[in-house]
Design a protein around this ligand. Structure first.
Ligand SMILES: [Zn+2]
Length: 145
C-alpha cells in the first residue's frame, strides 16, 4: 500500500522523481535552447502565453511536457523578488525581458512542449489560500544577462 502511494505522488508531481538540471544564468539558458526544433504555433491548451499567464493546473498538459531544467539556484533559500525592467516594461508586459537572476525567472522551471516544440517557463505564485501556476513562453530573443 505504501509503495503504491509513493508512486502515485511521484506521478502527480512530474518533476519530483527527476534530477532537474540547474540552469545558472542567461548563457546557460540560451545554451539549453540551442539545437531545438523551430517552434510552431501552439496547438495545445496552453495558448500563446506571450506574457505571464495564470494557467490552472488542468490546462497544463503534463503528458507532452518534458523538463529541461530549473532556474532556481538550489543554494539560495530565498531568491530575490526584485524584477528587472531596463526598458520600463512591467511584470506582465509581453515584451518584458527574461532575466534569469530576477523574479520571477529565478523561480522558474524550464519545460519543452513536445507537441509544438516551444519552450515554456513555469513557476507558482503563492497567494493567500490558493496556488497560482504561471506560464510564459520562453522566447530566446528576450533573454538578457
Ligand atoms: Zn505546446
Amino acid at each position: 500500500m505504501h509503495l503504491g502511494a509513493c508512486i502515485f505522488n511521484a506521478q502527480k508531481n512530474p518533476i519530483a522523481h527527476l534530477i532537474v538540471k540547474h540552469i545558472a544564468n542567461a548563457a546557460a539558458l540560451r545554451l539549453a535552447l540551442t539545437g531545438a526544433a523551430a517552434p510552431q504555433a501552439c496547438r495545445c491548451a496552453l495558448g500563446a502565453c506571450t506574457a505571464w499567464e495564470s494557467l490552472a493546473e488542468y490546462r497544463w498538459e503534463a503528458a507532452q511536457m518534458s523538463a529541461v531544467g530549473s532556474l532556481r539556484d538550489p543554494t539560495v533559500e530565498e531568491p530575490t523578488l526584485e524584477e528587472c525592467h531596463p526598458q520600463g516594461t512591467r511584470y506582465d508586459s509581453p515584451n518584458a525581458p527574461i532575466a534569469p537572476g530576477f523574479f520571477p525567472y529565478n523561480q522558474c522551471e524550464v519545460w519543452h512542449c513536445t507537441r509544438c516544440e516551444r519552450h515554456l517557463l513555469r513557476y507558482t505564485e503563492f497567494g493567500g489560500y490558493n496556488v497560482d501556476p504561471r506560464v510564459r513562453v520562453l522566447d530566446a530573443d528576450k533573454i538578457i544577462d
